[in-house]
Design a protein around this ligand. Sequence first.
Ligand code: SAM
Length: 293
Amino acid sequence: MAGAETNLEQKRKRAMARLKAALENPTLLTEVPPAGRSEPAPAGLSALGLALRNWRAFLRGGLAAALEAEQPLAGEPSLRDPFRMTVAEYHQRYFQSTFMRNIFWMGVPTLKMVSDLWIYQEIIHQARPDIVVEIGSHFGGSTLFLAHLLDQVGHGDILSIDISREVYLAKHPRISEITGDSGSGAVIEQVRERTAGLKTMVVHDGDHSEAAVRRDLEAYGDLVSRGQFLIVEDSIVDVFNPARYRLREMDGGPLPAIRAFVEARPGRFEITDLHRRFLLSASPFGYLKRIED
Ligand SMILES: C[S@@+](CC[C@H](N)C(=O)[O-])C[C@H]1O[C@@H](n2cnc3c(N)ncnc32)[C@H](O)[C@@H]1O
């Protein structure tokens, strides 16, 4: 019927509406309690009671440590009580450097949420790209992970772009590197040449400021082939209030850039719901599928 919206169009509209709401309300996913959620010490709890209740802290540091263990940790989720964390608290915990910097793929550090890596696996298996352009590799754990996924499907190469190779460790026959600024004309030109005529997927995990993501999406987003994905990482910084979460400050992150990119290409990219699959994702609204040329 003329004028009737397809399911896909309706889905895309709903996703755009949710993205708009996320941009307008940074606590959309879930409100964060101002401090830890540990239960306060009941009034009149005796020194013995405190010592018994927090015996580990007591053994380490005496009564003062036992008392401190009763207090919510300022700005921290309840680390003593992980099963009562909210999803937001879990994200905060994950993004704390000690946690995030201790995740490895085959010995190479990666700065991903493991739930997102599983989504990558499903995408690669389904979409089978000829080439994956990864903008921002850092240590290379995510790059090596992608290369191993391509090994499993028996097809495809990775083109890793990074402005620096100082800490980069990935080595694999499917990976080739371009070292330089993703915003430079020379790098863009090389990537265009390398991807010409190939089923191309792009992962953006470089500079996450809004201006840089806008620039990179304009330069590389249209290289993504129909049926392939454009993954824009770390929009979590827009959804969670960075000040509360103590993430680094930025004027705007990837979300407004994603929105501008998709809106400028009506009907071409679907903002999928993949980020919702495991509740835990660093990239809300960051899994875009190309649905039209
Ligand atoms: C978040 S890290 C990448 C993490 C990696 N993909 C992973 O999941 O393990 C961001 C990387 O982007 C790189 N980067 C930042 N700005 C860049 C730019 N303008 N051009 C190219 N690379 C850039 C940084 O050097 C850094 O290695």
